[in-house]
Design a protein around this ligand. Structure first.
Ligand code: ADP
Ligand code: MG
Length: 432
């Protein structure tokens, strides 16, 4: 049997056995290369794909292969790291997108490797596999960087491709302006003619029905025309408050991938890379000090380094641990207790509910989660007692507060996305 025919049969057979997501993300990423006897050699685009494909889809594929080829048939997967790709003509002029936000400048580690490889795949093969690509993660973790890197890479390959990169906020403002000038069609055409549309910070659409409706049509037009769409957000689609169901379904219809906080190893690697870019001689103990204390985002790591560079320049001295500790002290301080009101204000704005609704005793479904989260944060981030929290939420019973905290702790342990939301809130609370 010809290899492509065999592969088509196998892929068709997977439908009933695996989830649609596993098929779309992992099985579809496998490229059969060669059939030698009963061994089918196939390639995947990255190490992450290799791990995921091995654990999620390879067993089913192997059993289907055995049905066609015999009991000792096997699937041999390997990573195609691009070495065999024919060199492509690339465009070397200055790119119109934000300088520095390229794949080359992005340091890859466990917390962002899946997002990085998915983004590369989209840049290499727009609108073939992951459409839309939905990137999400907390503030300052590299979403805008990766989304822009896709634009750079696609542009370098084909500068004539129409690439539109804008934030959801720009989308909103441009559309309002277009309506005011009685020219909404121009705006629509500009977006719908794009070959690649990247919309950053789509959580901004939360609660804006008119914008959601407009974006829904833009999305559909592009998707139907097989154009690549990339979306970035600080929340996964299902946690974006007040997002219309149909738009959420669209957002979820491709590949959703997260960027988590960098672990210590990645923080050290990023610091080393940024220090080189800043031409800063960064002693290992100073790097370790920063990486072990500045944990919540890459943006903060960069901020710490910039501060050191500036301080060294002003004082005309070289960097050592003592000086770094002194300069970074404001960044390295222990968490400051916050007030119950600060927690309530933050949670209300995060979940787009009013503070009044948050603290009242009305039983409304959409208020349950924000209230529980607010009670949890109040307990962890302020010095308020259970009784004080109960009083601060409309005079409830303190067992209600304890229950809420338990629920949130349970979800935090079981749902990585929810844990991410809490982490972001906790760090926002510190800077509130
Ligand atoms: P987000 O959009 O997720 O809030 P950004 O993409 O703006 O975050 O990233 C914040 C800063 O951190 C940017 O300067 C970006 O270049 C840098 N950054 C984030 N992740 C990485 C990474 N893995 N490697 C190098 N720089 C990174
Ligand atoms: Mg951003």
């Amino acid at each position: 049997m010809e290899i492509q025919t065999l592969w088509r049969e196998v892929m068709a057979g997977l439908g009933g056995k695996l989830s649609a997501n596993d098929v779309a993300c992992w099985a579809a990423a496998i490229h059969p290369r060669e059939l030698r006897g009963r061994s089918l050699a196939a390639e995947v685009p990255s190490r992450v794909h290799l791990e995921q494909a091995r654990s999620r889809v390879a067993p089913e594929i192997t059993s289907l292969l055995r049905a066609y080829l015999g009991p000792d048939a096997e699937l041999v997967l390997s990573v195609n790291d691009g070495r065999e790709r024919p060199p492509r003509a690339t465009f070397a002029g200055p790119s119109p997108f934000q300088g520095g936000y390229t794949f080359e400048q992005f340091v890859v580690g466990a917390s962002n490797s899946m997002a990085y490889h998915s983004a590369r795949e989209v840049a290499d093969h727009p609108a073939t596999r992951y459409n839309p690509l939905f990137l999400y993660g907390g503030v300052g973790l590299g979403k805008t960087h990766l989304a822009t890197a896709i634009a750079h890479a696609v542009w370098r390959e084909a500068p004539r491709r129409r690439i539109v990169l804008l934030s959801a906020e720009n989308f909103t403002n441009d559309l309002i302006r277009a309506f005011r000038g009685n020219a909404p069609e121009e705006f629509r055409t500009r977006l719908r003619r794009a070959d690649l549309l990247i919309v950053d910070d789509v959580q901004f659409f939360a609660g804006k029905e008119r914008m959601q409706e407009e974006f829904f049509h833009t999305f559909n037009a592009l998707h139907a025309a097989q154009k690549q769409i990339v979306l970035a957000s600080d929340q996964p689609p299902r946690n974006i408050p007040n997002l219309e169901e149909r738009l959420r379904n669209r957002f979820e219809s491709g590949l959703i991938t997260d960027i988590r906080r960098p672990d210590l190893t990645l923080r050290m690697a990023i610091l080393a890379r940024k220090a080189t870019t800043l031409r800063l001689e960064l002693p290992a103990d100073v790097a370790h000090l920063i990486a072990s204390k500045v944990v919540s985002s890459v943006r903060e790591l960069e901020g710490a380094l910039r501060r050191l560079v500036a301080a060294c320049e002003i004082d005309r001295r070289t960097l050592d641990l003592g000086f770094a500790t002194q300069i970074l002290r404001p960044l390295l301080r222990a968490p400051v207790p916050r007030t119950l009101e600060q927690v309530q204000r933050l949670v209300a704005s995060r979940f787009q509910v009013s503070e009044a609704d948050l603290v009242c005793r009305r039983r409304v479904g959409r208020l349950v989660v924000p209230r529980q989260v607010a009670m949890y944060l109040a307990r962890k981030g302020t010095s308020a007692t259970y009784a004080e929290i109960a009083a601060g939420f409309g005079g409830r019973n303190h067992s209600t507060v304890m229950h809420a905290i338990k629920v949130v702790e349970g979800r935090r342990a079981a749902e990585p996305e929810f844990a991410e939301v809490l982490e972001t809130l906790e760090s926002d609370l510190q800077t509130a």
